[in-house]
Write a protein that binds this ligand. Sequence first.
Ligand code: SAM
Length: 220
Amino acid sequence: MKQIITGDNSITFENPVYEQAYHSLSGALSEAKLKYAEPCKIAEKAKSGSLTILDICFGLGYNSLLAIHTAKASNPKCKIKIYALEMDPQVFGLINKIDMDQEYAAIYNMIKRLSKDKLSIKQGGVDLQLHLGDARETILEIKDKADAVFLDPFSPPKNPELWTEEFFSNIHARMKKSAILATYSCAALVRINLVRAGFDVKDGPHAGRYAPSTLAFPLP
Ligand SMILES: C[S@@+](CC[C@H](N)C(=O)[O-])C[C@H]1O[C@@H](n2cnc3c(N)ncnc32)[C@H](O)[C@@H]1O
């Protein structure tokens, strides 16, 4: 896969099947921080001592990486449980090609231990469990409720199955009342389907784009 150096010098790849990059070209790691970890209030929620995250479309694992880094910086004792959903085993090979910045290398080395034969890692208070397969099915395996949801498929035209009302309802059922869902897309259909699935929807940060991202809050 073609490697791309993004605007903040972090690496992403272009997926030839979807003809899209895994991250915003303005900055892959910045996107994980500004569009996912920060708006989901990971630092604040980590202060409670435990955090459960549903990372939908794990890809290169940057959203989980930034969440772990942010949570541990806020509360080193925080216990973090991550349910990561990903369909493509090729990501393990891509992850292992990345020479991560020193600041994040220790956590990314943990993520690098994931493979098709090793789908869960426990280290330093982090319990990362990867569910390999179509997220529409693997989400049904999650019996826990999350404090934060990262929703990061390819764009709605390229990856339509993960932007539907039905899929969003299955996410809603796996969120605590106080949980926050973040996604980079502000497409009208995405927001309409979120509302239909029982979410209140607000603009999220713009972070390097003209358009805002989207934050969704589960209504009771
Ligand atoms: C935009 S990338 C995600 C980037 C990732 N969040 C990161 O931080 O590196 C989208 C990912 O969704 C995965 N994907 C696409 N359709 C899927 C599906 N139906 N079920 C599970 N994963 C899917 C792709 O394989 C790809 O890794």
